[in-house]
Design a protein around this ligand. Sequence first.
Ligand code: NDP
Length: 383
Amino acid sequence: MRTLTVLGATGSVGASTLDLVRRNRDQWRVVALTANCNVEELAALAREFGAAIAVVADESCLPALREALSGTGIETAGGAEALVDAASREADVTVAAIVGCAGLAPTMAAIEQGRTVALANKEALVSAGEVMTAAVAKHGAILLPVDSEHNAIFQCLAGNRIEDVRRITLTASGGPLRTWSQARLDAATPAEAVAHPNWDMGAKISVDSATMMNKGLEFIEAHHLFAVGLEKIGIVVHPQSVIHSMVEYRDGSTLAQLGPSDMRVPIASCLAWPGRMDTPMDPLDLAAIGSLTFEAPDEVRFPATRLAREAAQAGGAAPAVLNAANEIAVAAFLAGKIAFTRIAVTVERTLDRSLPSAPQTLDDVLAVDAEARAWAGALLETT
Ligand code: NDP
């Protein structure tokens, strides 16, 4: 029996994680489940899995959670500090699946306790960068990548030496708007942008897929997870999402990981690591898929990967600013306030400001994040 905490239990990755746990109930005991304010779903999950504690990040939602769980013996808590406390509790595996930089402090709390963290929350690593990787090293934590691309790379690197890697190639589906003209992209609606052809995901990452910022964030994420140098990380568009990423070695061999477009595959790889576990998906049927195609990214229609690459090259505060501006712009787009193509423009203009100095601590990262959110918000108000 192993213990598990899921930060962001009510989201898409949270649901996929708990689906695997549901199928293996005798192997897991659930410690903490968290949400922002989705009390109904959180309470239902806490009851079903007999969680020790359920936490809402938004403290105003705590009374409703208390009421929903009264008489169950399940502890309840609310607010940012409660989230950090819950993430600090002993657990064999902590799945970090909160969306956005909001997940950074609890993820760091688990890392500082030296836990095994299955990381889906890419924005946290992009923003904190070396602050997070240094904490992993200092506290002897283990970071297992949940993101399907990084999980693929992690698997392709197993048993090999990082010095032998010639190139890492992240695959990108290209998202639902991949073939759209610039004029059509200007008029893309939130419903069109979240209608991903291959993956069923939360709204924010779905928009990131449509702008290609998801791949930009993953480029930075890969740089922190795998010590190969930025110049050795590339991106190729692969619309079928069958190959989840590849590692090429100096002898010319390229190892790829293939699988169904279902997050339960990489999540299972993390939950069972270093072993393997069953998943309920149909085996990959390559004959039915027929063909796998590849194309170079178009950074004119989709500038986000260029912006992310430049932010990674600049280092320091730039990745945190990129991420914060993107979060603000995506939220404005989803709220119907700005056009789809304004997302990348807002990120670029925010990065054009003179950037704060490189963050050295978690508080520094959170300060940069807050400042960049204010800048991006002001840009959206005034332009
Ligand atoms: P969802 O939007 O589906 O879920 C987000 C989760 O985070 C929910 O539990 C939500 O709670 C919680 N949450 C939202 N805002 C806050 C906040 N301010 N404080 C604390 N908790 C909050 O997201 P996804 O599951 O799609 O994505 C989660 C993370 O995983 C993201 O970083 C994403 O990039 C990454 N990822 C996702 C993949 C996917 O297939 N979905 C694939 C690879 C990576 P509530 O329900 O109450 O709002």
